[in-house]
Design a protein around this ligand. Sequence first.
Ligand code: BJW
Ligand code: ZN
Length: 249
Amino acid sequence: MDRRDLETAVAWIRSAGTVTVLTGAGVSAESGVPTFRGSGGLWQGRRVEDVASPEAFAADPHAVWRFYDERRCRLATVQPNPAHEVLARWQDRFRRFTLVTQNVDGLHALARSRDVLELHGNIWRIRCVECGREREDRTAPLPELPPRCTACGGLERPGVVWFGEALPEGAARDAWRATETADVFLVAGTSAVVYPAAGLVEVAAARGARIVELNPEASALAHLAGVALRAPAGEALPAIDALLSGVPS
Ligand code: BJW
Ligand code: ZN
């Protein structure tokens, strides 16, 4: 990680009144959660549409549920990492701080972040496709696949957002608001290829926010970043936090 870039990012963040953060799968990588794209990613060797689309679920709910049940089992064993922990502390450090995530793993909340805007839903939520009843269920593995609604007997689905589906209205609205007013917009651990989430980076840049990218690799929107820290989020965020807190390094 370049020291001058780190210091620039810290100076920007220190003087910002409004800080908005967009996280992606890379932020959970150091907790042992695989990312989607790239080597070792969840999508590798799979067509995305085969598991993360309403069409795939309609065709074979059992196969789609097996994919999600396996991920739930793995997630049940992991813990937040230093990146999640720093972001949870920052909600009390800044006057206006918003954490927007594309992650469905719930690790930000587990690290005690409040009011996380989950753009792609949450893997621990389950929704009935018939009556719309939604519930949280952390049982892993689920006793029966696919699960059925105890209210109406209908088929239930994971409470995540698949391709072609709209984002949760409230979370999307609040995320856009927090982006339009951001002084600093931090983009951490996302390839920035999935829209409309990636569009937040473009909105922030168009509104004049300073963009800081935290990612060992350049994202698709890296050209919009004024500063890019090419390091794992679990190193970059604690490094920023230490300088903000005046801890000598
Ligand atoms: C580290 C690291 C470390 C590694 N530290 N970093 C405009 C243009 C083109 C297409 C579209 C468009 N608008 C809409 C679309 C279509 C589509 C889309 O975007 N397609 C593109 C992929 C081509 N979008 C949609 O369909 C969306 N819906 C929609 O547009 O609806 C319209 C509508 C309106 C009104 C009514 C009805 C419809 C929905 C998108 C839903 C995405 N869902 C998924 C699955 C969630 C469920 C599940 O988990 O299974 O969300 S896809 C998957 O990708 C998941 C993620 O949240 C999302 C983003 O991935 P992310 O987080 O960026 O992960 P990776 O793996 O891509 O990247 C990881 C990064 O981490 C890498 O950069 C690494 O370098 C880095 N990294 N270790 C920091 N330690
Ligand atoms: Zn139901």
